[in-house]
Design a protein around this ligand. Structure first.
Ligand code: PMP
Length: 302
């Protein structure tokens, strides 16, 4: 997806012009995928742009870094302030924000000791991430299995393991689908290349646990809370591939994809977006835009 350039990138403590945010080709992170990152959205609200659940995203970034034994050179409050400064400097009304901590230039070989940790934040305007978010997207089950928690810490949002997502995404796109859903090594539904999965069975929403290799999604958590407030039961439990085919409704969620209905899986029709998906989407929109006062504590105003 082409990038809509903005004016500035925050890099190692300062705002630098977009095209000057460069790294050395011998950066450790480029060779070995040693980095952790986050994706956050800012939405236009009646009180100006607001970052949605920035604190939870920064907490996850710090947890991811800890799992990789990376020491970030900035505290959470410094990163929060830097994020707000960047969105303000770029003059966005709404945008996507990408935090990245990667190991830089200075050592070679897999052993990362001694490599400097570089911190950057980029922001740009980004619309709907997945195909036809209104009418629903078409999924295929990937032939690639999801990263296994016994192989890499799948709870960390680390750069290297995203090779798994990219392989699955390319395979799905080449086969004419919008997105890939990946199974865990023992055959349970894990997640999509960049989204968590929800399935409606009767009147219960089910979403796979992180033990199936899925990221602990912040949007997944948001949906769980919104659903509870709507009186909808949510269960975190393992799902089989056939549970997707039998779903009454299905949707994906993630910061980039927001709440995106699923129309079919492996050419088994689920159908047009259903009423529960609609309710969750409306509640999500009201929460992120500040229209529902119950969720304003999730907003960091720019
Ligand atoms: N799974 C994967 C693999 C992802 O990349 C993302 C996006 N960060 C998600 C799930 C959803 O997470 P979140 O709702 O925190 O953006």
């Amino acid at each position: 997806m082409a990038l809509a350039e903005a004016d500035y990138i925050w890099m190692n403590g300062a705002l630098v012009p977009w095209h000057e945010a460069k790294v050395h080709v011998l950066s450790h992170g480029l060779h070995y995928g040693t980095g952790v990152f986050e994706g956050v959205r800012a939405y236009s609200t009646a009180d100006g742009p607001a970052l949605f659940r920035l604190d939870e995203h920064l907490d996850r970034l710090l947890r991811s870094a800890k799992m990789l034994r990376m020491t970030l050179p900035y505290r959470k409050d410094e990163l929060r302030a830097a994020t707000v400064d960047l969105v303000r400097a770029n003059g966005h009304r709404s945008c996507y924000v990408r935090h990245l901590a990667h190991l830089g230039y200075g050592v070679m070989g897999v052993d990362p000791s001694g490599a400097p940790v570089h911190m950057s934040i980029g922001s740009w305007e980004w619309g709907a991430y997945l195909g036809d978010a209104e009418h629903g997207v078409r999924l295929m089950t990937s032939s690639w299995r999801r990263n296994d928690p016994a192989v890499v810490p799948t709870a960390a949002k680390a750069t290297g393991p995203y090779l798994n997502s990219a392989l699955a995404k390319v395979e799905a796109r080449d086969a004419g689908f919008d997105e890939a859903v990946l199974l865990s090594t023992d055959g349970y539904v894990s997640e999509c290349s960049g989204e968590n999965v929800f399935v409606l069975r009767g009147d219960v929403l089910c979403t796979p646990p992180s033990s199936a290799g899925a990221l602990e999604g912040i949007t997944q958590d948001t949906v769980t809370e919104l659903a509870a407030d709507l009186g909808i039961t949510v269960r975190r439990e393992n799902l089989l591939r056939s549970d997707l085919y039998a779903a009454d409704e299905m949707f994906l969620c993630g910061t980039a994809a927001e709440v995106t209905p699923v129309r079919s899986v492996d050419n088994r029709e689920i159908g047009a977006p259903g009423p529960v998906t609609g309710k969750i989407r409306d509640a999500f929109t009201a929460a992120v835009t500040g229209a529902d006062a119950r969720y304003r504590h999730w907003l960091t105003f720019v």
